[in-house]
Design a protein around this ligand. Structure first.
Ligand code: FNR
Length: 346
């Protein structure tokens, strides 16, 4: 079996360019301000970070989101270290797209190491919407996954010279996978955001978990443009900012578990995402950067700090649980207010 070098190279390019382009802080979270409570009536020692997303029970509401895959030694090591950090801090973790390992079994070790390192963790498998039910089952089996992410990335594909051009039938394929795969299926974007309309369509086809993957953090149009001659720069400013995407999605369908993601960098971003209606938050680019610059220990320290800070913020807001966060009042200003009011969401 021959390893597809162009695919391996692409995956390494993604990592390098993601680090280079960085996180833009255009998520809209800075437009959200909590209302101070001078009598919070809370106690830091009583704050609990446990959360449920549908059937999945998590000791903390943070996920390391899907990033690396492929057959290279470097991506293997990154996955091993991310999984170790997730284990040490009690986080869930999603692996990168497994399609290449389904086609080339020698690439499986890059994914299997995540389960090996984090044997009791909540681990999510990952495939694109071109996947069949058989491939979905194989991806879940490969890492004994607790859930399956299916990514939607039409704008990224269109920006990629070798990317897909035909998006027919994705919704129907996902609906069949949801019926048959036997674990929760989370549909996710990769940085362009899920809209109210998309959320409603997904819900009508049986999807109950959405990771909004909003605009404002890792920018795959920018990343793909670094890999091509003819630039599609108009896609670099394309997408629903994360804060607006969470609120759109939640307002369209109540009966959905939403994961806040896209440009999440800080404890305050996470708490704002949860207060906007998400049950958990997922981080990719910002954690990758910390891992590459400060190693596994540095990443573990940063995640531990984020969790401690979340508890402090929740104490200031007078809440002890993630569920209670959903009731906390906040004020939305600026572009996010403008966006939501034009979209008819109060
Ligand atoms: C990604 N992302 C991603 N998503 C996915 O569903 N399958 C994948 O294989 C990958 N691969 C990947 C590689 C690298 C290097 C990065 C940085 C990201 C997208 C990721 O899960 C997330 O949706 C976006 O990066 C937006 O979140 P952040 O990075 O702004 O926190």
């Amino acid at each position: 079996m021959v390893i597809d070098l162009s695919r391996s190279k692409r995956k390494w390019d993604h990592i390098q360019y993601a680090l280079e382009t960085g996180q833009k802080r255009l998520t809209g979270f800075d437009d959200i301000k909590f209302v101070n409570r001078s009598l919070p009536g809370s106690n830091l020692d009583s704050v609990k970070l446990q959360t449920e997303i549908g059937e999945l029970s998590l000791s903390s509401p943070i996920f390391i989101n899907a990033m690396t895959g492929g057959g290279g030694e470097r991506t293997f090591r990154i996955n091993r270290e991310l999984a170790m950090a997730a284990r040490e801090t009690g986080l869930g973790i999603a692996v990168g797209s497994q399609m290449s390992a389904i086609r080339n079994p020698e690439e499986r070790r890059t994914y299997e190491i995540v389960r090996e390192m984090h044997p009791d963790g909540v681990i999510l498998a990952n495939l694109g919407s071109e996947a069949s039910v058989e491939q979905a089952r194989a991806a879940v089996e490969m890492i004994e996954a607790n859930g399956l992410q299916i990514h939607l990335n039409a704008v990224q594909e269109l920006t990629m010279p070798e990317g897909d051009r035909n998006f027919f039938g994705a919704l129907e394929r996902i609906a069949v996978i949801v019926q048959d795969v036997g674990v929760p299926v989370i549909v996710k974007e990769v940085g362009f955001g899920i809209s109210a309309e998309t959320a409603s369509k997904l819900h009508a086809h049986g999807i109950r978990y959405i990771d909004v993957g909003g605009f404002g953090g890792t920018n795959f149009a920018e990343i793909e443009n670094m890999r091509r001659d003819r630039l599609l720069t108009f896609f670099e400013d394309w997408g629903i900012p994360t804060a607006a995407s969470i609120i759109e999605t939640k307002s369209a369908v109540q009966d959905l578990s939403v994961i806040a993601s896209g440009g999440i960098q800080t404890s305050l971003d996470i708490v704002k995402g949860l207060a906007s209606g998400a049950s958990a938050a997922a981080m990719a680019g910002s954690l990758l950067k910390i891992l590459m610059e400060h190693g596994t220990e540095g990443l573990i320290n940063e995640i531990s700090l984020i969790k401690e800070e979340m508890a402090v913020i929740m104490t200031a807001l007078g809440v002890h649980t993630i569920k209670e966060l959903h009731q906390v009042p906040f004020v939305i200003s600026g572009d996010t207010h403008h966006w939501l009011s034009q979209r008819g969401i109060d």
